[in-house]
Design a protein around this ligand. Structure first.
Ligand SMILES: Cc1cc2nc3c(=O)[nH]c(=O)nc-3n(C[C@H](O)[C@H](O)[C@H](O)COP(=O)(O)O)c2cc1C
Length: 327
């Protein structure tokens, strides 16, 4: 039977199927179900910088301590408690997540998450700049500054969850690695507010992904594979066994899932695992190392397929066949 073991952030995982940060990973029960269904690791919901700031002002929330749910405003005490319980009860790696935009109290919390038993830390640096005076370089410097501060505070393996909106992602990835990043999670799905044209209001909008959304991480994982000494996690648009295989062939170490698990429940992982193994058996692969990166930019005969060069060819073939452009 094909061996699904993989390495991520220096840890050995029994499977590349990882549950990314979401409400599903915010309870011990949810975590147990994900482990039972075959998850190789779990990423807890984020502890948000805003929660740390509130706790700083008001002290621990009433009744904090062991809580049913962590993340999304439950506060730092509930979060630390979930980390401790998860570490005690699960045999798969538990990755804690911090979400914010400034150095803030993160460094102190990185130390506390380490003490609570987290195996690794994911930093979701969610920064949307609307300041005209801030250049792209300034924004990148800010990311690196946050990573360096957290790196100084903890020896835990560190992953950074990025947005796709950087002008030179491969360069930034290299700088993040130099600053102490061990893994890149590509990508965070930015919450994009909508507008209500009747009430004239801004609407919160959080939509689940589909497999079509996989293309963006797929391209960048293929480009980043073996460019730097860093683990690569695909996040956004992984729904099917085919999607998992695509990101592995592009060069990912793990395939992270949220939308698919929210839609179908944790047991969705079971058939995926079977189907990935079946595919490997049919294609003569015994281990993931044998197939990882087989379709990365460095391995394909036409590396330009991942860059601009194929653009005109693609447009030309589409317009002559399926698309009806114009009136
Ligand atoms: C309801 C919901 C809650 C989420 N909460 C977090 C979070 O707390 N921290 C985080 O880094 N990402 C969070 N995410 C993003 C997911 O971890 C994931 O990166 C994103 O949904 C893209 O993956 P997918 O296509 O498999 O859904 C959340 C996503 C959803 C849908």
């Amino acid at each position: 039977m094909a061996d699904l073991r993989t390495r991520y952030l220096g840890m050995e995982l029994r499977s590349p199927l990882v549950a990314s940060s979401s409400p599903l990973t915010g309870t011990l029960d949810g975590l147990r179900r994900l482990e039972a269904a075959g998850a190789g690791a779990v990423v807890l919901p984020s502890l948000f910088e805003e929660e740390l700031a509130e706790q700083g002002r008001e002290g621990p929330p009433a009744g904090a301590g062991p809580a049913d749910r962590a993340g999304y405003g439950a506060g730092p005490a509930a979060y630390l408690s979930l980390v401790t319980q998860a570490r005690r009860e699960l045999s798969i790696p538990v990755i804690a997540s911090l979400n914010g935009a400034s150095r803030g109290g993160w460094s102190a919390y990185a130390t506390r998450l380490e003490a609570a038993g987290a195996h690794a830390l994911e930093l979701n640096i969610y920064y949307v700049s609307s300041r005209p005076g801030l250049s792209g370089g300034d924004v990148e410097w800010h990311y690196l500054d946050v990573v360096r501060a957290v790196r100084r505070a903890t020896s835990l393996p560190l992953a950074v969850k990025l947005s796709p909106y950087f002008s030179s992602l491969v360069n930034l990835a290299g700088q993040l690695v130099e600053s102490g990043t061990n893994g890149l999670v590509l990508f965070n799905r930015f919450y994009q507010p909508d507008l209500d044209i009747e009430a004239l209001e801004v609407l919160p909008a959080l939509e689940l992904s589909t497999s079509v959304d996989l293309r963006l991480p797929l391209r960048w994982i293929a480009i980043l594979h073996r460019r730097h000494r860093v683990s690569l996690a695909a996040s956004t648009g992984v729904h099917t066994a085919g999607d998992v295989l695509k990101v592995l062939l592009a060069g990912a170490d793990v395939a992270m899932m949220t939308s698919a698990l929210l839609r179908h429940g944790p047991d969705h992982l079971r058939p995926l695992e079977v189907q990935v193994r079946d595919w490997m058996d049919r294609h003569g692969y015994q281990t993931l190392d044998q197939l990882r990166g087989r379709l990365s930019q460095r391995s394909v005969p036409d590396p330009a397929a991942f860059e601009r060069a194929n653009y005109i060819k693609t447009l030309a073939s589409q317009s002559s066949s399926r698309l009806h452009l114009g009136p």
